[in-house]
Write a protein that binds this ligand. Structure first.
Ligand SMILES: [Zn+2]
Length: 479
């Protein structure tokens, strides 16, 4: 998953633009020789269909490992780690270390994922695994999520190596092979393989990035420092049933419906953390004197102000940021049109604030619906509470400086909490701070196509991202 700053609140013309926006057609400052090398690696990566179940991850990992070795990285420091992904899928992670001669600090982990979401030829305008350039864009599955980020990290490292630059602390590349499905690679990376990945903190190319409107207006770049926890629950009501010609007062479907109405009315307590406080301070400034801006200021002044939090949640683009949210998503029940239902079940999906455990939410849900309705955690996915990573001044400054160098002044970097989880959550849970950031950007809403059809990334964004990672590594590992 890849998240963007949800700042699409700014009024934009909804009319589809016919021309390529100026921001897309401007040339990148990356020199032509490195543009060609970047394009070659990106093209190769996109054309390897690294979808779960297709057994292509080893091919991509070996290709990337070969590029690193050819650039002079020690073979001993490049590891391809086999493991099982979704449904026993044989996948791999790539872990490569660039050693500092005399490290001045603990390593920095550089994260991306090699896998992509399935894409079908018949749904797309063209073959999703045939790389193409058209109208200022690169097209293909993974061009956005997350092969642009992976390419940015790879090329910056190769470019710095060739220039003779040396890191003052170890840099560790960690590219997983099942982020889009199970996250087993990140889970192993944060635990069993920790001696290979241990770092002071991680930079995750899958968690940040920027947004612009087609007219060039900046929507900012996200610095993802927190992720909500995903957990589904079941509300189940059982009944002895019977013939529908003889209805009784107790009825599984009615009782489940009553429980769901209670859930609909329930509000979890709103709560601010360092990330959302920073985010809403910026948003309140941008909103000015609008009703939404006032609600944001009221909530920042008093996080227990439920009415202000409600007003923020009601704004479509800010939904989910003020509190844990749970919503009914699936319904089953009954077995015949002429029988009283013996069972009714609803799936309730929750996105839980960082630091709150799924068990605490379970207890709260039980209290909401009362006795008579079983509330259980869905067994297929067990969410884990993750802490908010503390905002680091050095990372925030390096990010802002690189964004400014590439995109000009007045392009803000803002702390961001994702409503979904990335590989970063496993490292956060294991005690390593993670900063989701990237130098690539998209036009909103036209280019928001991660996991979707005709996925694309502006050519300039791909090339600028190499310069972006180069600046980040120099700033954070160069002294
Ligand atoms: Zn992703």
């Amino acid at each position: 998953m890849r998240s963007l700053l949800a700042l699409s609140f700014l009024a934009f013309s909804a009319s589809a633009f016919a021309q390529v926006p100026a921001i897309v057609s401007q040339p990148s400052k990356l020199d032509p020789a490195w543009q060609a090398k970047t394009r070659a690696l990106y093209e190769t990566a996109v054309e390897i269909p690294t979808v779960s179940g297709r057994n292509q991850m080893p091919k991509l990992a070996e290709y990337l490992a070969g590029e690193l070795k050819a650039a002079g990285f020690a073979a001993d420091d490049i590891k391809i780690m086999p493991y099982e992904g979704e449904a026993g899928d044989k996948t791999v992670a790539l872990i490569a270390r660039w050693r500092a001669e005399k490290p001045t600090a603990k390593p920095i982990l550089l994260m991306a994922h090699m896998d992509v979401v399935e894409a079908k030829r018949e749904d797309w305008k063209f073959d999703p695994f045939e790389f193409r350039e058209e109208g200022g864009y690169f097209y293909g599955r993974g061009t956005y999520d997350n092969k642009a980020g992976m390419t940015g990290i790879m090329m910056s490292v190769l470019k710095l190596k060739q220039a003779g630059w040396r890191p003052k602390r170890d840099l560790i590349l960690f590219f997983s092979g099942d982020e889009e499905t199970k996250g087993n690679g990140a889970s192993l990376g944060a635990t069993e393989w920790r001696q290979l990945t241990d770092a002071e903190y991680a930079l995750n190319s899958d968690g940040g990035g920027g947004g612009f409107l087609a007219n060039g207006t900046s929507l900012g770049f996200a610095l993802q420092t927190a992720e909500k926890t995903f957990q589904s629950y079941h509300f189940t009501v059982r009944n002895k049933g019977g013939h529908s010609s003889r209805p009784r007062p107790d009825n599984a479907i009615y009782e489940l419906a009553t429980a769901l109405k209670k859930l609909e009315a329930h509000r979890f307590e709103p709560s601010l953390n360092e990330t959302t406080r920073g985010y809403f301070k910026l948003r309140a400034m941008q909103e000015g004197d609008s009703a939404l801006g006032k609600a944001m200021r009221a909530w920042l002044a008093n996080e227990q102000d439920g009415a202000a939090a409600d007003a923020i949640e009601a704004s479509e683009l800010e939904t989910g940021f003020t509190r844990t949210r749970c919503v009914a998503t699936e319904l089953t029940g009954g077995h015949a049109d002429n029988a009283l239902p013996q069972m009714a079940d609803a799936t309730v999906n929750c996105r839980i604030l960082p630091g709150v455990s799924p068990d605490a939410v379970l207890a709260e849900l039980k209290g909401v619906v009362g006795a008579g309705v079983e509330v259980t955690k869905d067994g297929t996915y067990s969410g884990r509470a993750t802490p908010v990573s503390p905002l680091r001044a050095d990372v925030a400054k390096a990010y802002q400086d690189a964004v400014t160098a590439l995109n000009g002044k007045n392009v803000p970097v803002a702390p961001y909490m994702s409503a979904g989880a990335t590989d970063g959550s496993f490292f956060r849970e294991a005690g390593m701070p993670v900063y989701g950031l990237d130098g690539s950007w998209v036009i909103i809403p036209e280019d928001e196509r991660a996991h979707g059809l005709d996925e694309r990334m502006a050519v300039r964004a791909v090339y600028d991202n190499v310069l972006f990672w180069e600046m980040m590594l120099k700033a954070l590992a160069g002294r």
